[in-house]
Design a protein around this ligand. Structure first.
Ligand code: FE2
Length: 502
């Protein structure tokens, strides 16, 4: 056993200066967990700032809209073992108009966070458990910290464990309440539900530790809610869903926990079962459980889908696939060893093809680089596309993004921009040019990301020309405070923001 604290052994690369971020809450100093320090340390304040200084380059005048990024930002010290996924959701937003930018950050004011603020103490254990089934609102706190999706002009914050869709004001990031689709929604939604750009249908799924293990549904563009329960052999950990014009692709990976151990001891340890096939369930857009056609594939895990489309009799899915999600905890890491092993993400671009007539499956890698958090032009969701924008992730420093990659999905080739030594980025969604035409080239637009420099804890927003990522940012804008490492981001165009405010 090492005598060094776990944070010191794992935190050096994330905190090369050794200087503590001064804007982090004092309580982090009492918690030996690298995902509460350095690049991952929460910030303590909500800030609003106009007229951000442009440090380098020039902001394009046809960059009109907002970039929003969600992530964990704990208010209180953890009740017991902390996992990076546990922090209360905080959204950092930057708005662009006429070559100027403004910024704000706000916590997602979830019911759980409010209860803990009133109690001035944590109430729930984190996802590492053991769970308290008598806790109010359920055994785990819904933090809404994972994803952001715009649905009918409303900005929703969603949680990867499936929770309530919290509505944020897209102009201020203030929490406005919980979306229930006109009283129709009575169950949780997962992060990574999706909107079909062609129809406006909102396609969602959710999953749980107890039956029903999966739900699937669609809020149609006309506002009707269709939802069904999906039979699974037990509790599963799907993270995303694929969408084509006629189908949705549901995920059943051989990574699951023992439901009996969960029921008896409140322990949930998802393990990889390499002798169990991965299954993808292809369901018609408004289908039921009986309509699902399951395809068996090589065992694996996958967090994020890049895109899906139809090609004659085939349904194609491209995603960031983890070949071997076996946990390899280091005993020296003690109670958080499983978390540290689990965050060592190893994923590469991969393509599956499913034949809807013959049942045949074709699958194989497109590339071997460690790359995740894929983004595409939103208008091509469900359509065959060429370009995807991913983050390069160093295996040695899990959950950090060290460069922006532009992949050609036809050839598997990529170009890349490295954020710089000790500088880490955020998910980089595509922002179409304001006033652009429907027949603009697929990569005619911008990519937006936050970067944080671990040597001085400054953060900035960087804007890339999507046609030439390797050239580096067109503009770099100073942010008024540090942005910790986080999860998912989205872009909302200016016209949608204006309409939402009226
Ligand atoms: Fe995700």
């Amino acid at each position: 056993m090492s005598s060094l604290p776990i944070t010191a052994r794992h935190g050096k690369a994330l905190n090369p200066s050794g200087v503590r971020p001064t804007d982090a809450p004092a309580w982090i100093d009492e918690v030996d967990n690298p995902y509460l320090h350095g690049l991952f340390a929460p910030v303590s304040t909500e800030v609003t700032a106009d007229a951000l200084p442009v440090l380098e380059g020039e902001l394009p005048r046809d960059l009109w809209g907002g970039y929003f990024r969600n992530g964990p930002n704990s208010v209180h010290a953890p009740k017991n073992r902390y996992h990076w996924f546990d922090g209360d959701g905080m959204v950092h937003g930057i708005w662009f108009e006429d070559g100027k930018a403004r910024y704000a950050n706000r916590w997602v004011e979830t019911a759980g966070m409010k209860m803990e603020s009133e109690a001035q103490a944590p109430i729930w254990p984190g996802v590492l458990g053991p769970f308290d089934f008598s806790a109010p609102l359920g055994p785990i706190k819904d933090t809404a910290n994972t994803d952001l999706i715009e649905v009918n002009g409303r900005l929703l914050a969603l949680w990867y464990e499936s929770g309530k869709p919290y509505v944020l004001d897209p102009k201020t990031l203030q929490t406005r309440g919980v979306e229930d689709f006109g009283g129709q929604l009575s169950f949780p939604l997962s992060a990574h539900s999706k909107t079909d750009p062609a129809t406006g249908d909102f396609i969602f799924f959710s999953y749980g530790d107890r039956p029903p293990y999966m739900r699937y549904g669609v809020l149609t563009a006309s506002g009707e809610l269709h939802h069904v329960e999906i039979d699974l052999p037990g509790p599963r950990r799907p993270h995303d869903i694929g969408v084509t014009p006629r189908y949705s692709i549901l995920h059943d990976f051989p990574v699951f926990f023992d439901p009996e151990l969960f029921a008896k001891k409140g322990k949930r340890v998802p393990l990889f079962h390499p002798d169990v096939p991965t299954r993808y369930g292809i369901i018609p857009r408004l289908g039921t459980n009986d309509d699902v056609r399951w395809f068996e594939c090589e065992p694996c895990y996958m967090l994020h889908v890049v895109n899906c489309w139809e090609d004659g009799d085939w349904v194609v899915m491209i995603g960031c696939r983890t070949t071997d999600p076996t946990l390899r905890p280091d005993r020296a890491d003690g109670p958080i060893a499983a978390m540290l092993s689990g965050l060592k993400l190893q994923a590469n671009l991969y393509r599956w093809r499913f034949n809807m007539v013959t049942g045949a499956v074709e699958e194989g890698p497109l590339d071997d680089a460690n790359a995740e958090f894929p983004m595409i032009r939103p208008s091509v969701i469900g359509q065959e596309n060429r370009w995807a924008y991913l983050q390069r992730i160093p295996f040695e420093i899990p959950a950090t993004f060290e460069g922006l990659m532009k992949y050609d999905l036809r050839s598997g080739a990529f170009t890349e921009y490295a954020y710089g030594q000790g500088v880490y980025g955020s998910e980089a969604p595509f922002a179409p040019r304001a006033g652009g035409a429907a027949d603009d080239a697929e990569d005619d637009g911008y990519l937006v990301s936050f970067v944080t420099d671990t040597t001085d804890w400054s953060s900035a927003c960087v804007v890339f020309d999507a046609k030439d990522v390797a050239a580096g940012p067109l503009a770099k804008v100073a942010l008024p405070q540090r942005v910790p490492a986080g999860f998912h981001a989205t872009w909302i165009d200016g016209a949608t923001l204006d309409a939402a405010a009226s």
